[in-house]
Design a protein around this ligand. Structure first.
Ligand SMILES: Cc1cc2nc3c(=O)[nH]c(=O)nc-3n(C[C@H](O)[C@H](O)[C@H](O)COP(=O)(O)OP(=O)(O)OC[C@H]3O[C@@H](n4cnc5c(N)ncnc54)[C@H](O)[C@@H]3O)c2cc1C
Length: 487
């Protein structure tokens, strides 16, 4: 065996696919009984026709990331259904605010559409550059300096107290909702970078829902890996260095997992840095089974597969400040998705459908968030409670039971801040290469951070191919039946 990948999340599988395509013998070892990490879909324990996305559900990055653009999921039979509405944000006492795939339609419904257009139109025109910058390795010279400047100015405007430059309470709420996809105080450069990338993608590639759930993305990666000779083993937690002595290992794990795996063999300074590693606030997941569609007060939301249920910008900023301080917010930030609106097969024969939600909570919270999320949805959809058939709650403190990376419920694996996104989990020129001989990190704790984009796996594979095997050119990554262009 040339390379062992520990963990089968999207980054681990990406690293495995690239190494296998480069001609190496690759094995993936996964602790859980099923593969995919944060990109898994599982049947409800009682209503088997209803399938829940255990973690990720909405996938703009599966179309836009440079790795997935080359891997080409649609050409491999993964249908990424792009809805007309990317995301909606209900507001108290006034109509909801909606981000359509169509930028002009979005602007037309805002009180000051010109402000939204000024913020996003130049980025939408240039969306590939925006993605290259924010999902880049942060170690290469930007391809286009004007694009970097346009993005940098907007990051500062929305990530500092200058964020008042976006006019209109509705537009401010719309942007804060999308920025809340990372758990971070608001305003901050972290939340503004995430918000700008995701809002830009809403009006360019759209916010697709994979038909069949997130598992479809994982299954496409696994099929490619197996086709290139890769092997996978599930249900084996790695607690000591795997593979034959001297073989290369790529860890799709939290950086702190290396403390247990290598123990005293870790270089002292690295061990010290890992012991100081800090995780952020958590999420409490609640997967509902509903008997029918949600009775939103604003009927337009009936077509919105993704919802940000945090109220106004001030309310969201307050909620994020509360959890950062270790307190539960009275009105927590709630993110939600209704995949059946893009994929009708998610409705079972009896009309039951999944409702994917999570609430932002303090790190390690043991709260069952069912009641908190129900209360938030009821604010905007009175009667919601009556259509709930079942609710499956996973408190933040138990998120690590199904994925050891989510320590205390932190789905960003400690990586949700601008410094870590640049420097890596411990500051290094090559943050995917650890000071342990032949050991690499590729999880969302390494740049460019969270999301199903595969880019941390891509950079880790690039680094190890060059350092360990002297392979400088990455292999072709597209479907084997397509034209053979190099990556
Ligand atoms: C609730 C939730 C909602 C999300 N929503 C979205 C979304 O809608 N869109 C989006 O793009 N992203 C979303 N994300 C983020 C996305 O899922 C993650 O950023 C992404 O999965 C990270 O990929 P990864 O490969 O780094 O790690 P993970 O996907 O976390 O996979 C790590 C794998 O390593 C395994 N592992 C860990 N330790 C060991 C060990 N010692 N031995 C063996 N195996 C081990 C784990 O079991 C796991 O399978 C969400 C995440 C969560 C939790």
């Amino acid at each position: 065996m040339d390379v062992t990948v520990v963990g089968s999340g999207p980054n681990g599988l990406t690293a495995a696919v690239i190494c296998a395509r480069a001609g190496l013998k690759v094995q993936v070892v996964e602790a859980q009984p099923t593969f995919g990490g944060g990109a898994r879909t599982a049947a409800d324990p009682e209503f088997s026709g209803v399938e829940h996305d255990i973690c990720s559900a909405v996938h703009p990055l599966a179309l836009a990331s440079p790795f997935f653009a080359k891997f080409d999921l649609p050409a491999r039979g993964v249908r990424l259904a792009v809805p007309e509405i990317a995301y909606g944000n209900p507001l108290q006492g006034r109509p909801a605010v909606i981000a359509y795939h169509d930028l002009e339609r979005t602007c037309a419904e805002l009180t000051d559409g010109a402000s939204w257009r000024r913020l996003l139109h130049p980025l939408v025109e240039d969306w590939r550059e925006v993605v290259d910058l924010l999902l880049g390795d942060k170690r290469s010279v930007p391809g286009s300096l004007p694009s970097a400047l346009r993005l940098g100015v907007r990051m500062l405007a929305q990530g500092t107290p200058a964020w008042g430059s976006l006019a209109g309470r509705d537009a401010r709420a719309l942007f804060s909702g999308v920025a809340a996809h990372v758990l971070s105080p608001m305003p901050s450069l972290t939340s503004s970078a995430a918000g700008l990338m995701l809002a830009t993608l809403a009006h360019s590639v759209g916010w697709p829902i994979p038909v069949g759930g997130s598992q479809a993305i994982t299954d496409a990666l696994i099929a490619d890996l197996r086709a290139h000779g890769g092997e996978l083993t599930a249900g084996v937690e790695i607690t000591s260095p795997p593979g034959p002595p001297g073989s290369v290992v790529v860890y799709d794990t939290a950086p702190t997992a290396l403390l247990g795996i290598y123990g005293d063999a870790l270089p002292g300074r690295y061990a010290k840095a890992l012991r100081r590693y800090h995780f952020g606030p958590g999420v409490a997941k609640v997967d509902f089974v509903l008997s029918e569609d949600i009775p939103w007060s604003d009927a337009r939301l009936g077509q919105a597969p993704t919802l940000h249920l945090g109220g106004s910008r001030e309310q969201m900023a307050h909620a994020e400040a509360e959890i950062a301080a270790g307190r539960h917010a009275q009105w927590p930030m709630v993110l939600a998705a209704l995949p059946h609106l893009a994929d009708a097969k998610r409705i079972d024969a009896a009309g039951r459908r999944p409702f994917w939600t999570y609430a932002h909570v303090p790190s390690g919270s043991t709260l069952d968030a069912t009641e908190a999320v129900t209360g938030v949805v009821e604010k905007f959809a009175p009667g919601f409670r009556d259509i709930v058939v079942a609710a499956r709650a996973v408190p933040a403190a138990r998120m690590a039971d199904h994925n050891a990376n989510y320590v205390g419920g932190d789905i960003g694996v400690g990586g949700n801040n601008a410094w870590r996104a640049l420097a890596g989990p411990t500051p290094r020129l090559d943050p995917w290469h650890t000071p342990i001989p032949k050991a690499y990190l590729c999880s969302a704790a390494t740049p460019p951070g969270g999301g199903v984009h595969g880019m941390a796996g891509y950079y880790a594979a690039r680094s190890l191919l060059r350092r360990e095997f002297g392979i400088a050119a990455l292999p072709f990554l597209g479907p084997d039946s397509g034209p053979k262009l190099t990556a």
